[in-house]
Design a protein around this ligand. Structure first.
Ligand code: ADP
Ligand code: MG
Length: 308
């Protein structure tokens, strides 16, 4: 759905995108995660043809929209009809009601009055705004405004949703509601690409995560695979307790003796079966054997802090 290859965008001396490569496949809920200033918004603006990168390629729905330093306008216009976009710093008309707001957007897409009425009701119900449909938007909470902004992006029933930091500034309840709505989009067969600088926003709801750091994609995979890769690289940390002291002479793992019968073992993989053997051969018994799995937060931080 979105294929970005070696994209470069400099703002003067600032390298915002430094050869970014990324792929979003149909039906995915893709969390685009990275610290502030990493280049997330620049990537999204490039995808929508709203800024001009210097080099690289962008394809949308399998058709090239940017290459050789320029956009193909006709292809871009065609692709954008199928994209719903929620910008990072969006504004709403405070003096309008949600009903009026969505109706105007529908009109701008050339929908008939009847179509609009049906679609607006559908969206207001989906986003829990039906009860406040006739209230002025200016009085809305942050969460209600975010939901209305998402409704705006959904008016023309786009196949692909691109959301820039949609959950930033929401409270935990607002985040949970927003995640539910995103899941419903997936069920309806849509593809969702959304950015965030907060790990908790992509957790649970995304099936794929891409981590961007200083304009480059560090990893792109399922959360499970990212964790496993990290484990392989960082090594497994295994905690062992036995009923009597054990000798670890013949193994090449890093073993730290915490107490006469407690050990911290660092190994390149999950060596629990081998540990079992070592202990058993020495006629001892295992009292406790645990693998400490890193939290997602640790994995994310290590990716972000890793030197380029
Ligand atoms: N219009 C701009 N002019 C100059 N520098 C910019 C502009 N927009 C973004 N940048 C810089 O480009 C880098 C990436 O920014 P951005 O894409 O907004 O990151 P993110 O969305 O991940 O926080 C940052 O260093 C930012 O300061
Ligand atoms: Mg941003």
């Amino acid at each position: 759905m979105i294929e970005i290859e070696n994209l470069v965008k400099n703002y003067g001396d600032v390298k915002a995108l430094d050869g970014l490569t990324l792929t979003v496949k149909e039906g995915q809920i893709y969390g685009f995660l990275g610290p502030n200033g990493a280049g997330k918004s620049t990537t999204i603006l490039s995808t929508l043809g709203l800024i001009n990168p210097q080099a690289g390629r962008i394809s949308l729905f399998g058709r090239e929209v940017f290459a050789g330093g320029r956009y193909r306008e006709a292809e871009l216009v065609r692709a954008k009809k199928r994209i719903g976009y929620m910008p990072e710093h969006a504004t709403l008309w405070d003096f309008l009601t949600p009903m009026q707001t969505l109706d105007i957007i529908g009109e701008s897409f050339g929908m008939s009055k009847g179509e609009r009425a049906k679609r607006v009701r559908e969206l207001l119900e989906l986003l829990n705004l039906w009860e406040v449909r006739n209230k002025k938007v200016g009085k809305f909470s942050k969460g209600m405004k975010q939901r209305l902004l998402l409704a705006q992006a959904l008016v023309q029933s786009p196949d692909l949703l691109i959301l820039d930091e949609p959950m930033t500034g929401l409270d935990p309840k607002g985040i949970a509601e927003f995640k539910d709505i995103i899941r419903e989009q997936k069920k309806a067969g849509k593809t969702v690409f959304f950015s965030s600088h907060i790990l908790a926003h992509v957790e649970e709801v995304c099936d794929t995560v891409g981590v961007i750091v200083r304009g480059q994609l560090r990893v792109e995979d399922s959360i499970e695979n990212i964790k496993n890769q990290f484990l392989k690289k960082a090594g497994y940390l295994i905690l062992l307790e036995t009923d009597r002291p054990i000798s670890f002479e013949d193994v090449d793992w890093e073993v730290e003796r915490v107490s006469p019968t407690k050990y911290k073992i660092k190994a390149p993989g999950d060596v629990r079966p081998e540990i079992n053997d070592v202990v058993w051969k020495q006629g001892a018994k295992i009292l406790q054997l645990m693998v400490r799995v890193p939290s997602l937060e640790e994995v994310f931080l290590s990716l972000v802090e890793e030197k380029g």
